[in-house]
Write a protein that binds this ligand. Structure first.
Ligand code: SAH
Length: 243
């Protein structure tokens, strides 16, 4: 069975329990039966082969046959601070950033932002990360950080890291301003109305560099994905090996 199933909490012994919608999918949609082998991941970086030992409507017991260390993580850690877009565009953003291998998505609260993420948002975003990871083979979940005010984030991300403020009027992001470095790369993408002057000033005062990824005005999710892909490509160029 080519599908991957997500299991929580982390698998440690020879038994694991799958529950909720994952079982519905396994039993109802995939028509799995006792004795079938399925691929599992638990977000720890490993992949497992599990054999179905018992199968009920909302609970499936599995015998773990094999555990494989299988990382599909890029070497470069990327933390994307994004003023979240609405609805389907938010879903798309999470899916694509997960596929690209972004380490963490931090929802940014901005003056012109239209989405103010609450408790529900975090679990919805996490669900999106799991769905995308099932499909793309990632074995480590993209983290969803706590929502934070952009100004606060600009001031608290350690200055030793590369920090980029996405700005259509910024310097093009190239090998020379990307540089090489050991720590994660941080970038911030503003809301549809853009960052306010006060936010841009706060970022600049904290030492963030304004960079652009083209001259057109991109939508939030396009900008975030373009930034992530550019960082990965530039890190490759600088020989921070990306598998
Ligand atoms: N009305 C705003 C555009 C907002 S687009 C303005 O004119 O500035 C939403 C966010 O996407 C922006 O705040 C910026 O962070 C990012 N963005 C859009 N286009 C970009 C580009 N070409 N390069 C880098 N970042 C971009």
């Amino acid at each position: 069975m080519s599908e991957r199933f997500f299991i929580e909490p982390p698998i440690s012994g020879e038994r694991a329990i799958l529950s909720g919608s994952e079982v519905h999918h396994l039993a109802g949609v995939m028509r799995a039966k006792i004795g079938d082998e399925i691929t599992l991941f638990d977000g720890s970086g490993c992949e497992f082969t599990g054999q179905i030992a018992s199968l009920k409507k909302d609970r499936c017991e599995l015998t773990i046959l094999e555990r494989r260390e299988f990382s599909r993580e890029p070497q470069l850690a990327i933390v994307a601070g994004v003023a979240l877009p609405k609805g389907d565009r938010q879903k798309w953003l999470v899916e694509k950033l997960t596929e690209l291998g972004v380490t963490e998505l931090v929802p940014l609260l901005t003056t012109r932002g239209v989405v103010q993420p609450g408790e529900n948002a975090a679990s919805r975003l996490r669900r999106g990360v799991i769905e995308a990871s099932k499909q793309c083979g990632r074995n480590v979940l993209m983290e969803i950080g706590a929502a934070v005010a952009a100004n606060e984030w600009f001031a608290t991300v350690p200055a030793a890291n590369r920090r980029f403020l996405a700005d259509p009027a910024g310097e093009p992001l190239t090998v020379s301003n990307f540089r090489s470095g050991a720590g994660p790369v941080y970038f911030a993408v503003g809301p549809e109305g853009g960052f306010t002057e006060a936010e841009v000033t706060a970022a600049k005062n904290a030492g963030w560099e304004s960079v652009s990824v083209g001259k057109s005005i991109l939508r939030i999710e396009t900008a975030a994905i373009a930034l992530a892909a550019a960082c990965i490509a530039l890190a490759k160029n600088g020989n921070e090996s990306i598998d």
